[in-house]
Design a protein. Sequence first.
Length: 292
Amino acid sequence: MTPIGKPSTNPAAAFDFRDAVVWITGASSGIGAALAKEACRRGARTVLSARREGALNEVKRDCIDGGTPAERVLVLPLDVAEHAAMPGAVARVVDAFGRIDLLVNNAGLSQRSLCLETDLSVYRKLLDVDVLGQIALTKTVLPVMVGQGRGHLAVTASVAGKVGVPLRTGYCAAKHAMMGFFDALRTEVAHLNIRVTTIVPGSIKTEIAHNALSASGAPTGASDPFIEAGMEVGACARVIADGLAAGMEEIPVGEGREMALLDLKRTDPVGAFRTLEKVTADLLAGRPFLVG
């Protein structure tokens, strides 16, 4: 669980969860659900958003069972691809809790298909959900944070947002875009006392592979060995929360050899290219090496 490399830490970006209003998208399962429970455990007032209201209510029940009063958890169904719904959603959060201290843009889809076989509609959907949805919600929340004089924005990117890996051309494009957008946004909003954190997970044991888009756009419905052997999602949430609390502006989180790709791409990009070509050969031969 030790972060790879030398993550950027800014004491001014440290985040205090106690009584903060934390809004998490993609909170119905996986990293989002685990981070919601961790935020509640640390004393935050938490907003849970995703498309599946029933699953969000289950996460809320888990938070209540963990000791959080029901009135401190708001279930707010939201499809990040529906931009027109965002102003109303932001208004509901402000009406309920008076402010938004941390927005975690965590909603997203992955992919498991070769470029040669992938329909263009798959790329459109990945960009709509993983990129434009995050940008649209961030732009809607930003004026609230400017008005209250401070705030914190975070995005769940991926190792695939730093390194190009096979079967994920669209996913890599989307996650690279998110890294670029939020790194650039950081430079624009620092003077407004708004902080930005990028989260860079590797393989985390979630349903990400089951829900990933196949070449046709249908969910694959299957996991893969490296996701199954990935970091437990609760441990992942603790690393993320600890990183936010410490003021880390980029938080790598994961275990296993794919995390070493972050350093390899930085120190020896050509070596990273050759390594990932070998990964593709292994995949085509039925010997998987997969990155979340």
